[in-house]
Design a protein around this ligand. Sequence first.
Ligand code: ZN
Length: 189
Amino acid sequence: MKQFIALMALMALAACGGGATTPSSGIIAEKRAPVRGPGRCGVDPAWTVREVAGVRLSQPATIRIETARALERWLVNTAIPAVGRRGGGLTELKVVAHYSCRTRNSRPGARLSEHARGNAIDISAFVMADGSRVTVLDGWRSGDSTLLRKLHSGACGPFGTVLGPNADRHHQDHFHFDVANHRGGPYCR
Ligand SMILES: [Zn+2]
């Protein structure tokens, strides 16, 4: 049922957007060819997302539109206000991973990563209008820790999984956000 509703919403978007080039006013993206395989990897429908809520992605991200919408909610409700006027305001997210056909933490035999379904995006730094940046690696345990912890906790809700430096050694230098649905509510570490 949920999938059906999502499909209907997408069809409605395609209908009103003509070529479905702008899935919402805050998301600049193009629909791209579906990613099919190998194996259970894939993104269909797939979008190439370049900018969300006026904030550029450092590289175009191949994700599902639901992932882009979660990013938009987090940017509008948390990230943009949390950064405020610092450095002239938030202008870019340094994206270090989006679609990738791999297992969790790339471990052989582990479960398929949400990255392999277009459900996830990894962000390592926040770039301001004046070129200054806050990185997860340097900022988490330093002067920028208040801001970074705010960005991390505000993602919990829009995203179903939020991982950062407190999660494990694989997440020392970036935040992992994905739209997986967990039974007990969002999983955020
Ligand atoms: Zn990740």
